[in-house]
Design a protein around this ligand. Structure first.
Ligand code: NAD
Length: 506
């Protein structure tokens, strides 16, 4: 007999050691976008439980900060091993709960494994500087210390990877982590927490209880985390609206934030572009994860000399995109997360039409077995100009296309929107490529050449400017945001010279 979706989910969870019985309840409903069925109903953590969990994390931090950093890295190495062992199960669960195609579900877990590897290396490289002192017989240096409890708030579309970008670094930096995942994806979070606990048990008693805490609940539970004075850093990923609320609450108590908010990413296709390469990059960036990535390509500026060669190709690919069950091999476009995402898409398309846009696709499709899932054909919208609707991030597969004449014009359009996450140019002209990446080029946190704006490798710092929030996570020196810096001056002389030549004789 064929297993039901619910049976499969419960099997996957128990294979990873996650026990839902503690959370039996009726506050939060995990629903699979594949068919709209409810996978599980859970109770939310009470405000009292949230406070207790933060308290446990605070106590854990006080012990963990004294464990040497390379030893802390060993815990993350073990966690990476758990992820390798359970990659298939967790990837499948991500697909079932968030609706992305299985290759992307597995890719998300691979990203977790990669950041663990990065963090293990980092645990031996938390370097500070030695600084030349102006005073004789003195040495200055800076030391990086653990910060405290790191609050992580994450969005539905990367239900597990975003936590790991933050948590893997936070743990090796000597912090504890309290995670409030999206209320739309609690099951994947419970699975990750269970895998982390397995790694912590193998690591032994040096990993204190409470090192990683999970809060199940809606945005009001997130607010409790944001408002708690025991949490010196909140890393929040989600909509710009959420980011504004988090930033205001944290600034009230002068806590730090890392904000990873909405994107509205563009690509410029220049006259010299390799159109074959560009077509593939456009389609992957615009329709991957059904347009529900923060780095999804949403605005395409095509030079008027190549538009008539590129657009028919794109339309042809769009017309034959395999849309359907994301667990099935061959599917490239899975469902939207829910009905409100579908409504937002239809509203945006209506506005684009009213602004003179010509829409191809965008309609609901109902694949066999799709039940109440919201599947759509990705939309290509030829616009006469960059109108107001293009200034908003609509979290759905809509690609607006505008023809441009000069590179200055295209760069100005790239930068015209309030968001500043990712951008790219397809060109084989080195002057154009360098101009795009220069100080007067793209104003985004990510500016790519001959590769789409979507997706990122963990080695680079990830994040964006303006309403995207300015935070940076993952690679490069993003770890510094999870630590506090102390500047130390040591006097090894027998005198007490003051700085700036001040004399203060007693
Ligand atoms: P959302 O803003 O609705 O929710 C994100 C998280 O914030 C959830 O856990 C939610 O419960 C919590 N939350 C909401 N309001 C809050 C508040 N006032 N205080 C504390 N917590 C609060 O976002 P979503 O619909 O889940 O995700 C889609 C959005 O996320 C898109 O805008 C997308 O661009 C963005 N995103 C950005 C990145 C990035 O790295 N820049 C990555 C993934 C997603």
């Amino acid at each position: 007999m064929r297993k039901t979706t619910m049976e499969t989910v419960h099997e996957l969870l128990s294979a990873m050691g996650a026990d839902l019985s503690h959370y039996a309840g009726n506050d939060i409903h995990s629903r699979t976008p594949i068919t709209g069925e409810t996978l599980a109903s859970l109770h939310a953590d009470t405000p009292h439980a949230v406070k207790e969990k933060i308290g446990r994390a605070d106590a854990a931090f006080r012990a963990w900060r004294n464990v040497p950093a390379p030893r802390r890295g060993e815990l993350i190495r073990l966690f990476g091993e758990e992820l390798r062992t359970h990659k298939e199960a967790l990837g499948r669960l991500v697909t079932m709960e968030a609706g992305k195609i299985l290759q992307e579900g597995l890719g998300e877990v691979q990203e977790m494994i990669d950041i663990c590897d990065f963090a293990v290396g980092l645990s031996r490289q938390l370097y500070g500087l030695t600084i030349a002192s102006e005073r004789p017989g003195h040495r200055m240096m800076e030391t990086w210390h653990p910060l405290g409890v790191v609050g992580v708030i994450s969005a539905f579309n990367f239900p597990v990877a975003v936590w790991s970008w933050n948590a893997a670094l936070a743990f090796v930096c000597g912090n504890s982590v309290v995670w409030k995942p999206s209320e739309k994806t609690p099951l994947t979070a419970l699975a990750v927490q269970a895998l982390f606990e397995k790694a912590a048990a193998r690591f032994g008693s040096e990993a204190p209880a409470g090192l990683s805490e999970l809060i199940i609940g809606g945005h009001e539970r997130g607010q409790l985390l944001v408002d708690d004075p025991r949490v010196p850093l909140v890393s929040a990923t989600g909509s710009t609206r959420m980011g504004r609320a988090v930033a205001q609450a944290c600034s009230q108590r002068l806590a730090r934030t890392i904000l990873e908010l909405g994107g509205n990413n563009a690509m410029i296709v220049a006259p010299s572009a390799d159109l074959e390469l560009a077509t593939r990059a456009i389609v992957f960036s615009a329709v991957g994860t059904a347009g529900q990535r923060c780095t999804t390509l949403r605005r395409l500026f095509v030079h008027e000399s190549v538009a008539d060669a590129l657009l028919p190709r794109l339309k042809k690919v769009y017309a034959s995109l395999p849309i359907g069950n994301p667990l099935e091999k061959g599917t490239l476009v899975g469902p939207l997360i829910d009905g409100s995402a579908f409504d937002a898409m239809q509203n945006a398309l209506a506005k684009a039409k009213a602004d003179g846009g010509t829409v191809t696709g965008g309609e609901r499709v109902q694949p066999e077995g799709g039940g109440d899932g919201f599947y759509v054909r990705p939309a290509l919208v030829e616009m006469p100009a960059q109108t107001a609707v293009m200034h908003h991030e609509t979290f759905a597969p809509i690609l607006y296309v505008v023809r441009y004449r000069t590179l200055d014009e295209a760069i100005a359009w790239n930068n015209e929107v309030p968001q500043g996450l990712s951008s790219s140019i397809f060109t084989t002209d080195i002057r154009e490529a360098e101009r795009f990446m220069s100080a007067s080029g793209s104003d985004c946190g990510i500016a790519n050449v001959n590769i789409g704006p979507s997706g990122a490798e963990i080695g680079g710092a990830f994040g964006g400017e303006k309403e995207t929030g300015g935070g940076r996570e993952s690679g490069s020196d993003a770890w510094k945001a999870y630590m506090r810096r102390a500047t130390n001056t040591v006097n090894y002389s027998h005198a007490l010279p003051l700085a700036q030549g001040i004399s203060f004789d007693l």
